[in-house]
Design a protein around this ligand. Structure first.
Ligand code: ATP
Ligand code: MG
Length: 573
C-alpha cells in the first residue's frame, strides 16, 4: 500500500473549498438567494470524528456566510428510517455533541419520520404515473434479477402491473395486510442501467418494528435513498453535502426529485470521508468495541467519538481547528492522529492554566528545611495570562520529584538532578543532591538534598543553574488517579489488514494493550476543587483534564491525559 498519510499545510488559508466555490457561484448567478445545508445523522450510534468533520462543514458554511451578511441556515435532521437500529439515547447524544462542538441548528430538530405521510403520498404519485410498482420477489430472487456490474438485470415479473392494482396493493401494504418482507414497492427505472442503484430500487419495505418517534403507526418504512432526497427538498436545502460513496446514488436522488411534484431540487455534492489513522470511523465497528467490552464505553477517552474526545479533554475549538485543517475535497482524506493532537494542543496552549504534578514520584528529603523559615512563592497559573490568577506553591521538608528527573550516571548535557549537582525547583529554591538512598534491589528510593536559602526568586550567587524541574510538596500533595492514554490500535489501518489467506483480519486483534495505564500521582493542592472537565497543563508533562464522570471536586481527583506537550507520534504507515 502506498503512503496515504497526508500532512495538510497547516499554514494554508482556511475557509475556502470547492463546495464554497459552488455556493458562491450559485449566489452570484442568482440561482439561490440564501444557503441551506443540513447535517443528517442516523441515530444508530454515537458520532465520531468523521461526523465532526461533516458538522463543521455544514454548520461552518452557515456561520461563515452569515458572517458575510448573507442568509444562511443549517438544519439538524435525523435520518430515522431503520427503526430496529435507532434509539432515543443516540438521538439525544447527537444533539448534545453538536451543541458541545459549538453549533446551533435552525428551528426544531427535524426527523425524516416527520415526513412519513408526505413520503407516502409521493409514492402514490409515482405509482399513479406508472413509475413505481409493488413487487413480490423475495430478497434472494431480487438479487438474482438484479444482475451485476457488466451484466444487466432482468425485469421483475410484477413490473407491469396496472396502476390501479399497484395502488390497491400499496394501500394494503400500509394497512398491514401482508407479512413482513412479503412485498416491496419499487421504482420503475431501468434494469439495464450500468448504475445498479437505478435498477428498479426498492423504496418501501414491510417491517413491523417499533419506531422511536412513530411507534407502531407504520408497518412500512421508506428506504434511505428515497427518504433523503425528499426530506432535503421539503426543507428547502440548497446544497446537500454527503460523502463520496453517495456519488453513485446521485442519479437516483435526482430521478426521484425530477419525477414528483415537489418544486425544490437541492444539489447533492460529494466530498471525501475523513479517515483517521490508528482509529476507526465507522459507527458499526466502534459499536463492536463497546459491546465486546474492549473499551469502557462509547465515551472511553481512547475512542474517536465526539464524547470520547470530549472526555479525553479535547476542546471544541481544537476539533474545529482540526476539521478546518483536514480540508474538504474529493481526494483521499487519510489523516494522521498527530494533526488532531496538534490542533488540540494549540488551542489548549493559551486556554489551560498550568500547575505541577508528579506522575512517577521519588521522595526527596530537604535536609536543611526549616519550618517557619523556609518560605514559598506564589506562581501565576499562566505566564501570558495574569488574569488567570495565582496560587501559592507550598514547600515542606519532603517533596516529590519525577523519577526520570534524577540520574545517578547522567548522560552528557544532563540539566536535571544528579548526585553533587544543583537544579532549580520550579517557583522555588535551588537544591543540591547530597546522597542517594537505595533499597536492597538497588532501586533509588530516596534522595537527600539541601536547598540554598538565598535562591527563592533569586539567582544563585557566583554560579549558573540551568535546569528547572517540577515537584510537589509531600505534605501538601493531593493524591490523584491519572489515566495515561496511547493510541487504541497498534496498526494505522486496523480494519484494512489482510491475513495470508487474503481475508481481512479482525481489527479487534490490533488493540494496543498499553493504550491505558493508570497511575497514582501527586498534584498541587490548587486543583483539588476543580470541577469535572477542567483542563490543565501539567508543566513539562502535557495537558490533562479532570474526568467528567469519576472526578469528584474536593474528593477523589481523577485526571485523563489529553495530549503530551510535543508530538510523540512516529511517522506512521
Ligand atoms: P457510519 O458508517 O459511521 O455509521 P454514516 O455515514 O453511516 O457513518 P450517518 O449518521 O449516516 O453515518 O452520517 C451523517 C453524516 O455524516 C453524513 O452526511 C455522512 O456523510 C457524514 N459522515 C459520516 N462519516 C463521515 C466521515 N468519516 N467523514 C466525513 N463525513 C462523514
Ligand atoms: Mg449511514
Amino acid at each position: 500500500m502506498s503512503n496515504h498519510s497526508s500532512a495538510p499545510d497547516t499554514n494554508a488559508p482556511v475557509g475556502t473549498n470547492f463546495i464554497r466555490t459552488v455556493i458562491d457561484s450559485d449566489l452570484a448567478s442568482g440561482k439561490h438567494q440564501r444557503t441551506v445545508t443540513r447535517f443528517p445523522p442516523e441515530p444508530n450510534g454515537y458520532l465520531h470524528v468523521g461526523h465532526a468533520k461533516s458538522i463543521c462543514l455544514n454548520f461552518g458554511i452557515k456561520e461563515d456566510y452569515k458572517a458575510r451578511g448573507l442568509a444562511a441556515e443549517c438544519n439538524l435532521r435525523f435520518d430515522d428510517t431503520n427503526p430496529e437500529k435507532e434509539s432515543e439515547e443516540y438521538a439525544q447524544s447527537i444533539q448534545a455533541d453538536v451543541h458541545w462542538l459549538g453549533f446551533e441548528w435552525d428551528g426544531q430538530v427535524r426527523w425524516a419520520s416527520d415526513y412519513f405521510e408526505r413520503l407516502y403520498q409521493y409514492a402514490e404519485e409515482l405509482i399513479g404515473k406508472g413509475l413505481a410498482f409493488v413487487c413480490e420477489l423475495n430478497a434472494e430472487q431480487m438479487r438474482e434479477y438484479r444482475g451485476n456490474f457488466g451484466e444487466p438485470g432482468r425485469n421483475s415479473p410484477f413490473r407491469d402491473r396496472p396502476v390501479a392494482e399497484n395502488l390497491a396493493l400499496f394501500r394494503a401494504m400500509r394497512a398491514g395486510e401482508f407479512a413482513d418482507g412479503e412485498k416491496t414497492l419499487r421504482l420503475r427505472i431501468d434494469m439495464a442501467s450500468p448504475n445498479l442503484n437505478m435498477r428498479d430500487p426498492v423504496i418501501y419495505r414491510i417491517r413491523r418494528a417499533h419506531h422511536i418517534r412513530t411507534g407502531d403507526q407504520w408497518c412500512i418504512y421508506p428506504m434511505y435513498d428515497y427518504t433523503h432526497c425528499i426530506s432535503d427538498a421539503l426543507e428547502g436545502i440548497t446544497h446537500s453535502l454527503c460523502t463520496l460513496e453517495f456519488a453513485d446514488h446521485r442519479p437516483l436522488y435526482d430521478w426521484v426529485l425530477a419525477n414528483i411534484s415537489i418544486g425544490c431540487h437541492p444539489q447533492q455534492i460529494e466530498f471525501s470521508r475523513l479517515e483517521l489513522l490508528y482509529a476507526l470511523t465507522s459507527k458499526r465497528k466502534l459499536n463492536q468495541l463497546v459491546t465486546d467490552g474492549l473499551v469502557s464505553g462509547w465515551d472511553d477517552p481512547r475512542m474517536p467519538t465526539v464524547i470520547g474526545m470530549r472526555r479525553r479533554g479535547y476542546s471544541p475549538a481544537g476539533i474545529r481547528l482540526f476539521a478546518e485543517r483536514c480540508g474538504v475535497s474529493k481526494s483521499e482524506n487519510v489523516i494522521d492522529y498527530s494533526l488532531l493532537e496538534g490542533a488540540v494542543r494549540e488551542t489548549l496552549e493559551a486556554e489551560a492554566p498550568r500547575v505541577m504534578a508528579v506522575l512517577d514520584p521519588i521522595k526527596v528529603t530537604l535536609s536543611n528545611y526549616e519550618a517557619g523559615v523556609t518560605g514559598s512563592r506564589s506562581a501565576p497559573f499562566h505566564p501570558q495570562h495574569p488574569e488567570f490568577g495565582e496560587r501559592d506553591v507550598p514547600i515542606s521538608g519532603h517533596i516529590y520529584i519525577e523519577r526520570e528527573d534524577f540520574a545517578e550516571v547522567p548522560p552528557a548535557g544532563w540539566q536535571r538532578l544528579t548526585l553533587g549537582a544543583e537544579v532549580r525547583l520550579r517557583y522555588s529554591y535551588v537544591i543540591k543532591c547530597d546522597e542517594v538512598i537505595k533499597d536492597a534491589a538497588g532501586t533509588v528510593v530516596e534522595l537527600k538534598c539541601s536547598l540554598d536559602p538565598a535562591t527563592l526568586g533569586q539567582n544563585p550567587v557566583g554560579r549558573k543553574v540551568k535546569g528547572v524541574i517540577h515537584w510537589i510538596s509531600a505534605e501538601h500533595a493531593q493524591e490523584a488517579e491519572v489515566r495515561l492514554y496511547e493510541r487504541l490500535f497498534t496498526e494505522p489501518r486496523p480494519d484494512a489488514v489482510r491475513g495470508e489467506d487474503g481475508q481481512y483480519v479482525d481489527f479487534k486483534q490490533f488493540i494496543n494493550p498499553e493504550s491505558l495505564r493508570v497511575l497514582t500521582a501527586y498534584v498541587e493542592p490548587a486543583v483539588r476543587d476543580a470541577a469535572p472537565e477542567t483542563r490543565y497543563q501539567f508543566e513539562r508533562l502535557g495537558y490533562f483534564v479532570t474526568d467528567r464522570h469519576d472526578h469528584v471536586p474536593g474528593g477523589k481527583v481523577v485526571f485523563n491525559r489529553t495530549v503530551g506537550l510535543k508530538d510523540s507520534w512516529t511517522k506512521s504507515a
